[in-house]
Design a protein. Sequence first.
Length: 151
Amino acid sequence: MTTDEIRELIQLVTETGVTELEVQRGENRVRISVATTTHVVVPQAHAPGFVPAASLTASSSEPTPSVKTPDSLVYAKSPIVGTFYESASPDSGAFVKIGDHVTPGKVLCIIESMKLMNEIEADVAGIVESKLVKNGQAVEYGESLFGIRPV
């Protein structure tokens, strides 16, 4: 199977709400399953222009970063299903941090999918205002990863 065929299957799963799909063609077999998470809304005091924290996975103890109002941000989204990594290796620093200025083409993170490391790049120039997922977290196709305020 080609990567385009696999992407089409991922999109089919996303659009239909199916939680698991397995396709076999000859000796090639692809299994796509959607991870489900429990979201908890965390009320907190916030400054004007900010909304309460995004969702927090029930099993996590790390706080979730605040998010600017959606109308002022451009969201960098995951083009594939996989695992989010903020750096190239556990020993290296994050590609970007909140407050960093990015330009189109700047690597924001890596999404590991099917043992392949896919660099996710910024589409716009701006300031990273929010990181919406945690290091090592599973992400879905189209899920927002970063909020960037264009400049």
